[in-house]
Design a protein around this ligand. Structure first.
Ligand code: NAD
Length: 360
């Protein structure tokens, strides 16, 4: 029995998670998966019900779970709260509590949606790349940091720092992911200028000796940013540090032009993980049956693949998404001429109907 904790959160969170659970139920039935699914509170919803964005009960449930599915957190009604009580703190709390050091962000553009990108369709149609970003180190957490007075003026400073063991564990996630995909890994650094990157490159090369089937390349981050808009389909998996990954993963997401389609995973050393759509709680459309549930449904596919080891169930879900798009069904955020606009629940129902036994 594998345990999944579901944290719907705020705004559109409960609506999209509801559809994702319909899909999970059906796929569990088709693939004979034994899952225990519990629900908990996080974010503004948790603050409202329990006085804290990451309550102790949720913390305990999260530690016990094999994987966590999260909707989204946040909303204008919580913006006046003191910082430690804000919904986003719930998210930061669960990430650090579970030691989620590896962030996996696929940027997939289904050919049917090529027109949604700001880039020409032939550049992006069929794009399928995965960015593996280190999430708990680098300049965002390095010491010393601060703002202080030096020689009569204020200076601000931060420290970019990675230990060999931190680099090694994220490199392994990158190589393992590449093994499951196209077996090409591009490590992104700034080794021509930064010592921290010099070490990064050295360790990645060393780890690469354990993965002779993976073709390893290296790219400076400035070039990687250019290549992502020039010819993004050249990449299979990219692995990089926290700050470069922050920027490149947003750039890659925007290549697809459809925020409602993209899932993400954050993993720890035990492969327990937190799975969530990359978008926020979209308060502007919450409760209106307008939200696109596909990013959350694809997050379920990632959860089944990376934390629970059910590759065929993951593929079944991904194939169902393709089939529904082929049928011309679209939520409002991705609709185009000639397609049929549907709401959140109807999209979920269509996905359930598209799951069939013959494509796994
Ligand atoms: P957002 O991602 O919530 O929304 C940006 C735009 O995209 C909005 O117009 C929204 O309607 C649209 N959108 C987002 N998801 C969609 C979906 N599934 N289907 C259709 N349209 C979708 O970002 P924002 O407006 O900057 O933030 C809103 C709230 O979400 C804030 O409180 C913010 O702090 C929070 N937030 C949470 C997370 C998270 O939970 N991981 C991430 C980002 C923002």
């Amino acid at each position: 029995m594998q345990r999944i904790l579901v944290l719907p959160g705020d705004g559109i969170g409960p609506e999209i998670v509801n559809e994702a659970l319909k899909v999970l139920d059906r796929v569990a039935e088709l693939d004979g998966l034994e899952l225990e699914i519990d629900e908990g509170l996080i974010g503004g919803a948790a603050y409202d019900a329990a006085g804290h964005p990451y309550p102790e009960t949720t913390r305990e449930m999260a530690r016990e779970a094999d994987a966590i599915l999260l909707g989204a957190v946040g909303g204008p009604q919580y913006e006046a709260l003191e910082r430690p009580m804000r919904p986003e703190r719930g998210l930061l709390g669960i990430r650090s509590d579970l030691g989620l050091f590896a962030n996996l962000r696929p940027a997939i553009l289904y050919p049917q949606l090529a027109a949604a990108s700001t880039l020409r369709p032939e550049i992006v149609a069929g794009l399928d790349l995965l960015i593996v970003r280190e999430l708990t180190g680098d300049i965002y957490f390095g010491q010393p940091r601060g703002i202080e007075e030096r020689e009569g003026e204020r200076v601000g400073f931060n420290t970019a720092i990675y230990s060999e063991s931190e680099i090694e564990r994220i490199a392994r996630v990158g190589f393992e992911a590449a093994m499951q995909r196209g077996r090409r890994l591009c490590s992104v650094d700034k080794a021509n200028v930064l010592e921290v990157s010099e070490l990064w490159r050295e360790v990645v090369v060393r780890v690469g000796r354990d993965y002779p089937e993976v073709e390893l390349s290296h790219m400076y981050v400035d070039n990687a940013a250019m290549q992502l808009v020039r010819a993004p389909k050249q990449f299979d998996v990219m692995v990089t540090g926290n700050i470069f990954g922050d920027i490149l993963s947003d750039e890659a997401a925007m290549l697809t032009g459809s925020i409602g389609m993209l899932p993400s995973a954050s993993l720890n050393a035990e492969k327990a993980g937190l799975y969530e759509p990359i978008h926020g709680s979209a308060p502007d459309i919450a409760g209106q049956d307008k939200a696109n549930p596909i990013a959350t449904v694809l997050s379920v596919a990632m959860l089944l693949r990376h934390s629970l080891g059910h590759e065929s169930a993951a593929r079944r879900i991904e194939a169902a998404v393709g089939r529904v798009l082929d049928d011309g069904l679209r939520t409002a955020d991705i609709v185009s001429e000639g397609c049929t606009q549907v709401g959140t629940a109807a999209m979920g129902d269509a996905l359930v109907a598209a799951l069939s036994t013959d494509n796994a």
